[in-house]
Design a protein around this ligand. Structure first.
Ligand SMILES: Cc1cc2nc3c(=O)[nH]c(=O)nc-3n(C[C@H](O)[C@H](O)[C@H](O)COP(=O)(O)OP(=O)(O)OC[C@H]3O[C@@H](n4cnc5c(N)ncnc54)[C@H](O)[C@@H]3O)c2cc1C
Length: 445
């Protein structure tokens, strides 16, 4: 997501040679839904790729937060106001539709070349001109690539982040959240004889069923042909068999067991999932990094701010990264490595605190949603009750208007355009980079 957005945004700014190296042989077809928040839509619209995504996405009108065990509604929030307030509705769609529309947009840009099926094997230099070794997976010999700027949008397991932290002498690791997620898609024909579930599929509602340490969030995608479910539960399977994998085929019996005490309707819903189509994801985050920038290399997306999905902002934040990077690089006064480094540090200044705040908020919202019996849960449920009377904050932070204001009301492109000169000149005045001895100001900050 971050790589596609960066490439497209840079091409739109007139950069004329953008090479994208991707391990996978194509975009893949990740069978999962994704929330398309207004801050993401705004950027994609400017990049000319929002329309096809919006066409098959669902325009969400409201959200219902329910007790998993009883299916009783705890809170209900109208979301129709979002479009009027932020210029774009809150939509939900298919992940492939999002990736594919950005990819189609990239393909129209002569400046962008994709190297699929190619692994970035190592980074040989972080600058002044970064050099990587790329290894085609078809057995062709590895080769070196030199660039003016290297953007590492290589996801939570980022190789470039690991190498960057080593050079900076920073001991920071991926953190276990002890949570895992099932991602499930139920097709219309599977539930055609189940009016209750068909009503959910035909709705414009995001529904969240919550219980102790677990929840399910669900919404219709792909022109309402698919009901998409994403869950969160204690990570027992990955924890029991630690390995490098983050995704695994899950067992349907185990999945039904996790939601054993949820309502019969939910059991019926989960039972529609065909055996063999249960996919489980390990949810991991990373401690905040001291910097995202080293020389002329920048980290992007999950490589530098992986998040729990409870605010539905991971991809949106990766796309914000791409939009901001395009602005800061388009404002370069010259193409010296020092200026590139400083511009990238403007990106870091605009993005880092915001992204890390949202990572923390997603974790906090998960803690609130997953409360077990006790005073804190009683307090939370009082808040839900007040909400039903039309007052107060929404304990599910994703649906809270003040949180939405901070997330959706922030136009990262405009903020960067407006603040670039000031931040750029403040960096040169106070902590200019020293790219010859392998450090930069941000790393010291
Ligand atoms: C259950 C769940 C639900 C979510 N729901 C939402 C949601 O509703 N809304 C939202 O905005 N976000 C959501 N997210 C988060 C979102 O999926 C991620 O934050 C987003 O995909 C991160 O994008 P990225 O580009 O940084 O990384 P990735 O999407 O992980 O992409 C990294 C890419 O780099 C490639 N790569 C890695 N290493 C190498 C290498 N050495 N050489 C070559 N290529 C390499 C990989 O193949 C991959 O294509 C959710 C996440 C989960 C787990």
């Amino acid at each position: 997501m971050g790589g596609l957005a960066s490439a497209l945004a840079l091409a739109k700014e007139g950069f004329n040679r953008i090479d994208v190296y991707e391990y996978a042989s194509d975009l893949g077809f990740v069978g999962a839904g994704i929330q398309l928040a207004p801050n993401m839509a705004r950027i994609l619209d400017r990049l000319g790729v929002w329309e096809p995504i919006a066409k098959e996405a669902t325009n969400i009108k409201d959200t219902s937060i329910r007790q998993g065990a009883t299916n009783q509604e705890l809170g209900h929030v109208e979301l129709g106001y979002i479009e009027k307030t932020y210029g774009y509705p809150h939509m939900v769609g298919h992940r492939f539709s999002l990736a594919n529309s950005m990819y189609e947009g990239c393909k129209k840009e002569k400046a962008i070349t994709f190297y699929f099926n190619t692994k970035v094997e190592s980074i040989d230099s972080f600058g002044p001109k970064p050099i990587i070794t790329a290894t085609p997976r078809d057995g062709s010999p590895p080769y070196k690539v030199e660039a003016d700027v290297l953007l590492a949008a290589d996801g939570i397991k980022s190789l470039i982040r690991v190498e960057m932290l080593k050079l900076l002498g920073v001991d920071a690791e991926i953190t276990n959240t002890n949570q895992a997620a099932y991602r499930i898609m139920i097709h219309r024909d599977q539930i055609k004889d189940d009016p209750e579930l068909l009503a959910l599929l035909d709705s414009d509602t995001v529904t969240r069923w919550i219980g102790e340490k677990r929840h399910i969030i669900a919404y219709p995608v792909s022109n309402k042909t698919i009901y998409n479910l994403s869950t969160a539960q204690p990570d027992t399977n990955f924890a029991a068999a630690p390995s490098a994998t983050y995704t695994t085929k899950g067992s349907k019996t185990a999945m039904l067991g996790v939601f054993d005490d949820f309502s019969p309707m939910i059991h019926r819903m989960l039972n529609y999932v065909p055996e063999g189509e249960v996919c489980e994801w390990k949810l991991r985050v990373h401690a905040p990094l001291p910097t995202w920038i080293y020389k002329t290399v920048a980290l992007v997306g999950d490589a530098c701010h992986p998040t729990l999905p409870h605010l539905a902002q991971g991809a949106a934040q990766a796309i914000e990264d791409g939009a901001v990077i395009a602005v800061v690089l388009s404002r370069l006064p010259d193409t010296s490595p020092e200026s590139i480094n400083k511009s990238l540090r403007v990106y870091e200044q605009v993005r880092k605190e915001r992204a890390e705040t949202l990572v923390e908020l997603a974790a906090a919202s998960g803690r609130t949603l997953h409360l077990g019996d006790g005073a804190a849960k009683e307090e939370r449920d009082k808040q839900f009750a007040a909400l039903k009377q039309g007052n107060g904050k929404v304990p599910d932070k994703w649906a809270d208007a003040d949180v939405q204001k901070n997330i959706y009301g922030f136009d990262c492109t405009k903020v960067t355009e407006d603040s670039f000169d000031e931040i750029f000149s403040s960096l040169s005045a106070t902590n200019g980079p020293n790219t010859t001895n392998g450090t930069n100001g941000a790393a010291h900050a």
